[in-house]
Ligand binder design. Structure first.
Ligand code: NAD
Length: 245
């Protein structure tokens, strides 16, 4: 049997990057994965690999509640959706602030609130929320609102863990350093000097390389599975040594 045998696992932003790698890793461990995203093309690729898919915009409260009602037996919720905004506080408009807060934090409020009653009724569940090393742990240049939102994810995670620990609910956050994902590639190209930008990201990670999405997926599988039964409310850092030195 797999490490997630027959567990029902819902993943947001599963179309590419860490979400995709995690959905595939969960499936390989025997889970029944429901992969969600707003990108029908990338969801189609997952469907071809035998994964159940649903269109889900995590900004849409009604759609979130509808999905939770459809999947009341969910065991694992991996909230992976998030957006990386560039710039300092002076570059951040009211609209930029509201957008990042909504996609990165309010989405997790919606998802957790919608799925928790089913998990409680079932007697337990594991929620994994995507934060980042850039959060309350460390700051990075030009990641103002991003860092604010990811610190918020850690606070949200701890609050849920505290309130539901006695009801079998575990809620953990994961805090990666820089991961080689499709949106990172876009951000590197957008700088105008791809090689220099990539070298700068690599330089800040003591291991001298970026993480692969599959490496983050290993941590997601562990936190989703019963192997991690004694950990809740923590921000699990996985950063190639970045924030340790
Ligand atoms: P990515 O940014 O390449 O892909 C993001 C996915 O989210 C896409 O499939 C996109 O369609 C989907 N998406 C966007 N808006 C959505 C919405 N409103 N509803 C549902 N889905 C939506 O993937 P990534 O770089 O692996 O990042 C995934 C998560 O990991 C994010 O929360 C990000 O902040 C976090 N993270 C990434 C890194 C990194 O270096 N890549 C590091 C730390 C944390």
């Amino acid at each position: 049997a797999g490490r997630l045998q027959d567990k029902i696992c819902v993943v947001t932003a599963a179309g590419q990057g860490i979400g995709r790698a995690s959905a595939l890793a969960m499936q390989a461990e025997g889970a029944q994965v429901i992969a969600t995203d707003i990108n029908s093309r990338t969801l189609g690729e997952l469907a071809e690999q035998g994964i159940e898919t649903r269109h889900l915009n995590v900004r849409d409260s009604v759609a979130v509640q509808r999905l939770a009602a459809e999947l009341p037996r969910t065991d694992v919720l991996f909230n992976c959706a998030g957006f990386v905004a560039n710039g300092s506080i002076l570059d951040c408009s009211d609209e930029d602030w509201a957008f990042s807060m909504d996609v990165n934090v309010s989405s997790m409020f919606r998802m957790c609130k919608a799925f928790l009653p089913g998990m409680i009724a079932k007697g337990g569940g594991s929620i994994v929320n995507m934060a980042s090393a850039v959060s309350s742990i460390i700051a990075a240049p030009d990641r103002f609102v991003y860092g604010v939102t990811k610190a918020g994810v850690i606070g949200l995670t701890k609050a849920i863990a505290a309130d539901f620990a006695t009801q079998g609910i575990r809620c953990n956050a994961i805090c990666p350093g820089t991961v080689d994902s499709p949106s990172l590639e876009e951000r590197l190209r957008a700088t105008g000097d791809y090689d220099k930008a990539r070298a700068a990201f690599i330089a800040r990670q003591p291991m001298g390389r970026l993480a692969l999405p599959e490496e983050i997926a290993h941590l997601v599988v562990y936190l989703a599975s019963d192997e991690s039964a004694f950990t809740t409310g923590h921000a699990h850092v996985i950063d190639g040594g970045w924030t340790n030195v």
